[in-house]
Design a protein around this ligand. Sequence first.
Ligand code: ATP
Ligand code: TZP
Ligand code: MG
Ligand code: MG
Length: 271
Amino acid sequence: MEKREIAGLLEKVRKENPLIHNITNVVVTNFTANGLLALGASPVMAYAQEEVAEMAGIAGSLVLNIGTLLPEIVQSMVIAGKAANEQGVPVIFDPVGAGATAYRTETARRLMEELEIAIIRGNAAEIANVAGENWSIRGVDSGEMAGDVFKLAVSAAKKLETIVVVTGKDDIVTDGRSAFVIHNGHSILTRVTGTGCLLTSVIGAFAAVEKDLLKAAAAAVTTYGVAAEIAAEKYAGRGPGSFQTEFLNQLYLINEEDISSKSKYEKQEAD
Ligand code: ATP
Ligand code: TZP
Ligand code: MG
Ligand code: MG
């Protein structure tokens, strides 16, 4: 993937302004909507069982996030996901906190089984737990990373038969055959809640405008990491509050020149 292709997909998001249907958690709703708007996509949050099939059917992508799950919301996710699958709308999944409680782990695995998930994005512990491995996780934040994250991402992609995005200091995007390793981002992102959840929705925005979903996911993660780096250069020293505001600004301002000069990634064969 050339750097100009990443910029081209960002331009496509801004031009096409895709509708992104989010069924997400109560912590990150506003931040997610503002982040998608800043980037150039059009967010909508809709949860009622009476309307989710209709909304998912007209969306460019559907983003499911189990951060504050409730049984009724899980049912809405299944209804929305099935409608999206029928209409060919890509479904992107964030298994927030999978592994922290049995309910989260079981729900994440159930959604993976009942729906065709196009892309799953989480930290290493979440992805490991969805894929049936037992990595430690406390609450919604990943614990110490013991283990090979690259191998984990590839084996999870093969097992779950989907595109896997594992984020952390470095990010891995893989379909189990080839993988992008992306080195952008900044540690201050871990001090603002919802930066992982917003990334999952940003992946949804890129997936809405590009059929090659491996490329779409890698472009989204790279764009996001570069925007975070620019925001951090300006404001990380002042703390998470100033960074969060500047990060939204940079999702709006980031351009081809920024991506060309700052993006750092390589493509590797998975086997
Ligand atoms: P967690 O709860 O474990 O923080 P998360 O769902 O919030 O998980 P992250 O893994 O933090 O998601 O990823 C969100 C963004 O933060 C990604 O763009 C990722 O590259 C970036 N990121 C996370 N940790 C670091 C780090 N130490 N250095 C640079 N970027 C990071
Ligand atoms: N609790 C339930 S969901 C949530 C918290 C704190 C937000 C998690 O956001 P992220 O993007 O995984 O940091
Ligand atoms: Mg986080
Ligand atoms: Mg998360």
